[in-house]
Design a protein around this ligand. Structure first.
Ligand SMILES: [Zn+2]
Ligand SMILES: [Zn+2]
Length: 150
């Protein structure tokens, strides 16, 4: 195996595919790309500060303000989602599949939960006839299995 180059070759990444599928129009600066890649590799729904700490290892010159700016552009283009679960800092999620967030009130962990069956929010929730759902933000709070076993 040759050594991994610092800069990735221009091959389509998950981000390019995602942009094509969404028809997202956002300029992919190296920082935006890196913030996206670090978020996509994180399963813990990090905050901007968490991401800053992780991206800094790869891009020592990046600032927290730049990370916020990247997150704003990526969220605006629909490439990632901003998650509000508690008071305080927003978290971010790169999972665009239909899912809700389970928040453990004991350890603070946030887990993605995908629907077990085909789920149509317009049918599940008793919404007025003719309502069109464009977005759903549903959070479930409780105790995760690790905390419950303690
Ligand atoms: Zn998520
Ligand atoms: Zn927990």
């Amino acid at each position: 195996m040759p050594p991994t180059p610092n800069r990735q070759p221009a091959k389509p990444t998950g981000l390019e595919c995602r942009m094509a599928v969404l028809g997202a129009d956002v300029r992919l600066t190296p920082h935006r790309r890196e913030v996206f890649e670090v978020l996509q590799a994180s399963t813990d729904h990090p905050t901007a500060t968490d991401l800053f700490t992780r991206v800094k290892d790869r891009s020592p010159g990046i600032s927290l303000a730049t990370v916020y700016n990247c997150l704003e552009h990526l969220t605006g283009a629909g490439l990632i989602k901003q998650v509000h679960l508690e008071r305080g800092q927003s978290r971010y999620c790169a999972n665009l599949h239909e899912h809700v967030h389970f928040h453990c009130e004991t350890c603070g962990k946030v887990i993605d939960a995908h629907p077990a069956a085909d789920f149509d929010p317009a049918k599940f929730w008793n919404l007025p006839a003719g309502t069109r759902v464009s977005r759903m933000e549903l959070a479930i709070h409780g105790t995760c299995s690790a905390c419950a076993a303690r």
